[in-house]
Design a binder for this molecule. Structure first.
Ligand SMILES: [Zn+2]
Length: 269
């Protein structure tokens, strides 16, 4: 009888691994070329990310991979070294460790928080100071592999944004608050369709983890749920920012129209 070979999920892409996967999160790998280990280790492309020294986004090209290793299975350390295309003195380094079939990112400079904060600043206006600080703290904690702590902050922000959507949805005449109150997070997301980004509704299954008690989740569970919850938060915030921008444009347009009308009225007189 043939023994079924264990299927190991593909590794994150280099972009995800470097720019959004927290430190120390473990991924299984095997020597199968499809698994993605070689794509990370032998990476020859570019990364588009914030350059703290340019103060803006830049394209980083990989310069060299270096190794300090005994074998591919125990303490195999390799790094990806990048240079900013604007100034070769601006550098980025990501260090990985492969050990007994799992690969982790064990170090990076600039930190995930330094890479993420410039992009997060724009959300301050819709999040408010308190929640913005919590988001920054969540990313800072995840950067250092503190999964549960990071996840708790992220979850609070997510739940408060969901609550804002509920307030909007409950203005509809057929809204059933009792049904909502007893629903699990995945069902709540469905009930809030039209008030949340389509992506969230379509991928609601990803958010089942938000109904699980934090005390039953391990550090690893929390770290692996982190990117998808963060993405949901950013999508909701992008929607709120867009709304806000539209309202401001409408306001200034109606002001301009009123001024034009007033001017026309004067010249008629
Ligand atoms: Zn730069």
């Amino acid at each position: 009888m043939a023994i079924a070979k264990k299927v190991i999920p593909a590794l994150p892409s280099v972009k995800e691994f470097c720019l959004s996967v927290p430190l120390y999160e473990r991924f299984e790998y095997d020597d199968d070329k499809n698994n993605g280990f070689f794509a990370v280790e032998q990476f020859e492309g570019t990364l588009d990310m914030h350059c703290p020294e340019c103060g803006q986004h830049s394209v980083f090209a990989v310069k060299k991979n270096s190794y300090a290793t005994s074998s591919r299975y125990t303490n195999y350390i390799f790094s990806l070294f990048f240079r900013c295309s604007r100034d070769s003195q601006h550098q980025a380094l990501f260090i990985f460790r492969a050990h007994r079939g799992t690969i982790q990112k064990i170090g990076q400079i600039p930190s995930l928080a330094d890479l993420a904060m410039p992009d997060l600043k724009k959300y301050r206006a819709v999040l408010g100071d308190e929640r913005y600080k919590e988001l920054a703290r969540a990313i800072g904690l995840a950067t250092h592999g503190v999964g549960v702590g990071a996840f708790v902050y992220l979850r609070r922000i997510f739940e408060s944004l969901i609550e804002e959507a509920r307030v909007e949805a409950s203005k509809q005449p057929d809204w059933d608050n009792d049904q909502y109150a007893s629903a699990r997070m995945v069902e709540k997301i469905v009930m809030l369709k039209g008030h949340l980004p389509d992506f969230l509704v379509e991928n609601k299954a990803l958010y089942g983890v938000l109904s699980v008690g934090v005390h039953t989740l391990s550090e690893a569970d929390c770290l692996s749920a982190f990117p998808v919850v963060r993405l949901a938060i950013e999508l909701i915030l992008d929607g709120l920012l867009e709304q806000r921008e539209r309202m401001e444009k409408l306001k200034s347009a109606s002001k301009a129209i009123a001024a034009l009308k007033a001017a026309a009225g004067k010249s008629d007189a």
